[in-house]
Design a protein around this ligand. Structure first.
Ligand SMILES: *[C@@H]1O[C@H](CO)[C@@H](O)[C@H](O)[C@H]1NC(C)=O
Ligand SMILES: *[C@@H]1O[C@H](CO)[C@@H](O)[C@H](O)[C@H]1NC(C)=O
Ligand SMILES: *[C@@H]1O[C@H](CO)[C@@H](O)[C@H](O)[C@H]1NC(C)=O
Ligand SMILES: *[C@@H]1O[C@H](CO)[C@@H](O)[C@H](O)[C@H]1NC(C)=O
Ligand SMILES: *[C@@H]1O[C@H](CO)[C@@H](O)[C@H](O)[C@H]1NC(C)=O
Ligand SMILES: *[C@@H]1O[C@H](CO)[C@@H](O)[C@H](O)[C@H]1NC(C)=O
Length: 497
């Protein structure tokens, strides 16, 4: 449909400028990984002027990246969560960094009318950067909303403080605002949005949806409805994500989420190697298009790629997967000895891959995972384990997981299986992994040595098998990472009605 329409327009308007409503088949996306200038090591009370000075220093760097992206033809750029001020705050010390961000329905171009809603220099500057460079800009900043006793939930300091994504269009118009719903445990200086917000945006390059950081892992909403109910083509994802090897490194998980949910995913992370924060990319239903993982330099990095505007209409759009079909219909492989070891405080049931090749079934609660594998060579100095986890994760967020994974253990001590490890030397000639999942939300992960991704070297079959006939680099982890949302406890601000 979209393709057809574009050709019609092009035929009629040959030699003329296309109207901005013309639909595009593909677009150029950009994300910027930013080495944020922080407020300091401990929270500090500062004046509004000092707060603005720091935010403007960060904005100077973002502006440079946005200009470059625009010169490379990007339609849109996503910048990271916390990119203007970092994360070292109390409620009080954050306050000078906040602006009152109105509902976008007010129809406002801050660059043209900077004072219309009081003093909002950061919103004004973001709007001007978008306008001057004719590019959609996605940024993350803090919103403050005064409240009083007429609202029983009003915090004692008389205001809500929201972690907020904002979007400006190519004319600098303020077009979207999203209050983060799933705050991370450490974000005590922000308030939860009362209900999940489903913020979407129609553009000539598809329907876009906003969410941030823990929204992709914690509660079901707004993430799942953005894709399934609102049918967005592309998720815009400012994030500040600390890598959790072996299963929750940023690029690994985002790439898997884009594949599992069959949606484009534009993730912009902070770069702060000393805190394990790096990993940005442009991900599609077919896999990672371009990504960055850099633990060495603490520098910014711009990533640009052309992707399908409406992946559902693309001939390469992957078919839906029945994640438990294969695993539920095969006989279990003979039982092998198991042991317990943990990843991120979750106790997995593992078996060691002690031979060069083999077949294993490992079960935990209702989840049974099957693996057939062949290594190129069984090394004495590296141990791999295969395991299952079926349970509620309760540390730094509560969410129910079902995971089947093959991973490299940190050392040859089996207790180390599931601990972070960065490099590997063992290649696999083949593997097939499957599990009896109770959920249809399963994200296929394949992570190679030094946190590298691959596309085209593995397949997800419609019966739920994750399979490969050989990977070009040694393996850190392979996983089917399932989220069983129905088993989650209620959201801290009350489950959406
Ligand atoms: C900031 O100032 C308030 C008083 O206005 C004080 O109570 C608070 O302890 C100060 N916070 C820091 C981190 O200095
Ligand atoms: C505070 O309460 C009054 C009613 O008591 C109301 O008119 C006013 O809009 C409230 N202000 C805010 C910021 O909620
Ligand atoms: C986007 O366009 C669709 C129709 O194409 C419309 O139903 C929907 O309300 C629009 N959404 C927004 C956020 O403008
Ligand atoms: C996981 O295993 C450890 C060590 O065996 C144990 O201390 C801990 O309580 C277990 N955690 C859960 C949630 O069962
Ligand atoms: C694993 O099982 C398959 C049949 O499912 C069999 O062909 C293969 O030989 C087995 N491999 C090993 C190492 O046992
Ligand atoms: C979960 O899946 C297992 C394996 O297919 C099945 O035995 C079990 O009944 C399912 N549990 C629920 C609550 O659906």
């Amino acid at each position: 449909m979209a393709i057809f329409q574009l050709h019609i327009c092009a035929a009629f308007l040959m030699g003329m400028i296309l109207p901005s409503s013309a639909l595009e088949d593909t677009f150029i996306a950009a994300v910027y990984e930013h080495a944020v200038i922080l407020t300091g090591d401990t929270p500090r009370n500062v004046s509004r002027a000092e707060a603005l000075e720091l935010m403007n220093r960060n904005l100077d760097i973002l502006e440079g990246a946005i200009k470059t992206a625009a010169q490379q033809g990007a339609h849109i750029i996503v910048t990271p969560e916390d990119a203007l001020y970092g994360w070292v705050f109390t409620r009080e010390t954050l306050y000078p960094y906040l602006e009152n961000i109105p509902d976008p329905q007010v129809d406002w171009t801050p660059c043209n009318e900077p004072k219309r809603f009081g003093s909002n220099p950061i919103q004004g500057r973001l709007s001007c950067i978008a306008k001057e460079n004719s590019i959609y800009v996605v940024a993350n900043m803090g919103d403050k909303k005064p409240c009083n006793r007429s609202d029983p939930q009003c915090p004692s300091d008389g205001r809500y403080q929201y972690n907020t994504d904002v979007v400006y269009d190519t004319e600098g118009k303020f077009v979207a605002r999203y209050h983060k719903y799933n705050l991370f445990a450490s974000e005590v200086y922000f308030n939860y949005a009362k209900d999940p917000q489903f913020v979407t945006l129609n553009t000539s390059f598809g329907k876009l949806g906003l969410m941030t950081c823990a929204d992709v892992l914690n509660y079901r909403e707004p993430a799942i409805s953005l894709v399934e109910k609102y049918k967005v083509d592309t998720i815009l994802f400012p994030t500040a994500w600390q890598n959790g090897l072996p299963l929750l490194s940023a690029v690994e998980f985002y790439s898997a989420w884009a594949m599992g949910m069959r949606v484009n995913f534009l993730a912009a992370n902070i770069n702060k190697p000393s805190l394990d924060i790096t990993g940005s990319g442009i991900f599609t239903p077919e896999g990672a298009k371009v990504y960055r993982f850099d633990m060495k330099t603490q520098t910014g990095k711009l990533l640009v790629a052309e992707i399908n505007a409406r992946p559902r209409l693309s001939p390469t759009y992957p078919p839906a997967v029945d994640w438990s079909l294969y695993a539920s219909n095969i006989k279990h492989f003979p039982a092998s000895p198991v042991f317990t070891a943990s990843f991120y405080f979750d106790n997995f049931t593992f078996t060691e891959l002690s031979q060069e090749a083999g077949n294993h079934t490992v079960c935990q609660k209702g989840l049974c995972c099957h693996l057939s594998y062949k290594m190129a060579e069984k090394r004495e100095d590296e141990v791999y384990a295969f395991g299952a986890f079926d349970g509620l994760h309760v540390i730094e967020g509560e969410y129910y997981l079902q995971i089947c994974t093959l991973l490299k253990c940190k050392s040859t001590d089996l207790k180390s299986c599931g601990e972070p490890v960065e490099t590997a030397h063992t290649r696999f000639d083949s593997f097939t992994l499957s599990g009896t999942f109770n959920t249809s939300y399963v994200f296929p992960e394949v992570l190679l040595t030094e946190t590298q991704l691959t596309t085209g070297e593995f397949q997800v079959l419609t019966d739920g098998r994750l399979t490969s006939n050989g990977l070009s680099k040694p393996v850190l982890s392979v996983a089917l990472f399932g989220r069983w949302y129905e088993r989650d406890p209620p959201h801290p601000e009350g489950a959406p009605s």
